[in-house]
Design a binder for this molecule. Structure first.
Ligand code: SF4
Length: 348
């Protein structure tokens, strides 16, 4: 894996993004921000599932004004997502928001941006320049490749903010197309020191969207690019957080909760390994310890993987050999597989 890009750290509320801070997991509420109790409830759910920064849509003045009440009950840093109307950014700042996301494709007027930057500077509130392939400004060379037009849109906004003596900047360059997104981030990574927020935008439903995001974000993280990630899924935001941690865990960048190693099953299996893995996975949802659990179907790879896990089982006909921390600790009947595994897991 390539050494991580050296970005300038930023503080968003209590969370550091960039530098050598851990890659931060973000998500976004899917509630109407004006519905304060429901939004607070979803922020709490996000906190419980491991989210570290939450973004809220701020489509109108009422949503912006709700922020001050929401903030009193939210322990996670909050970012206001603002499009079109710079006054919403000013209202969000007045309400005490921890960070702003501005879209350079739809907040274009220099005077308006200067007012937002002045207010953010006064409060030391970071701004993410959130470029999206679907809403690029029209003033760039239309025949240039999409990735370079995205980078140009970000660089223009960076220059504008730097000229206003503002550098609490974070950047994102999101597209649905993975090669375009990867190209855009790779290009900007060498051109600025600012932290990068990674994402594949509008990635889709959880199954395909998580894979698409894992490919794009995984390539960049492996190359040392990226300081914070958000997985955009058409699903409850905790599914986004789950997918984000699975990506980070796969690259050894973060640890959270159990990792389940389960074999795919084949004609050698003498138990229903898929049903067993699903049952174990359901129980593991309640565990927060970063442990490795193996559920294996036969003697081919079973004992090796099960021995390598914190707790594992290598199944045979009607029986399974249970392993804990590399040692065989017993043989259990098929009907007791899940109970025996969970007993050992809970005792770790
Ligand atoms: Fe098949 Fe055994 Fe491999 Fe599972 S561990 S896929 S049952 S050979």
């Amino acid at each position: 894996m390539t050494q991580r890009r050296n970005s300038t750290p930023l503080k968003i509320g209590k969370v550091i993004v960039g530098g050598d801070a851990p890659i931060v997991v973000q998500s976004m509420t899917k509630t109407d921000t004006r519905d304060v109790p429901t939004t607070i409830k979803q922020i709490k759910e996000l906190e419980d599932c491991g989210c570290e920064i939450v973004r809220l849509a701020v489509p109108d003045g009422e949503a912006a004004e709700s922020i001050s009440t929401i903030k009193k009950s939210a322990s996670l840093p909050l970012i206001a997502d603002v499009h079109f109307d710079y006054r919403l950014a000013l209202l969000a700042l007045e309400a005490g928001i921890d960070g702003l996301r501005l879209n350079p494709g739809n907040v274009r007027d220099f005077e308006q941006i200067a007012k937002v930057v002045a207010a953010a500077k006064e409060r030391e509130t970071p701004i993410r320049i959130g470029v999206n392939a679907g809403s690029l400004p029209g003033s760039f060379e239309p025949d240039a490749p999409l990735a370079s037009r995205m980078v140009d849109a970000a660089l223009e906004q960076i220059k504008l903010m730097e000229n206003l003596d503002f550098n609490l900047i974070k950047i994102s360059l999101k597209a649905f197309d993975v090669p375009t997104t990867v190209q855009a981030y790779q290009t900007i990574a060498d051109k600025t020191p600012y932290p990068l927020h990674l994402g594949i935008t509008e990635a889709g439903l959880p199954q395909a969207g998580a894979i698409r995001s894992a490919v794009g974000i995984g390539i960049l993280l492996y190359q040392g690019i990226g300081d914070t990630i958000r997985i955009s899924l058409s699903a409850h935001p905790c599914e986004e957080v789950f997918a984000a941690y699975e990506i980070l865990k796969s690259l050894g960048l973060r640890q959270r909760g159990p990792t389940l190693v389960s074999c795919p099953s084949c004609g050698r299996a003498e138990v229903d390994i898929i049903a067993l893995a699903e049952a174990v996975d359901k129980h593991l949802k309640k565990i927060t310890k970063p442990i490795k659990v193996a559920v294996m179907g036969c003697v081919v790879n079973g004992p090796g993987e099960a021995r390598d896990a914190d707790v594992g089982i290598a199944c045979g006909k009607g029986k399974g050999v249970l392993f804990k921390k590399g040692k065989k600790i017993g043989v259990v009947e098929e009907k007791d597989f899940v109970v025996a595994l969970m007993r050992e897991i809970e005792g770790l």
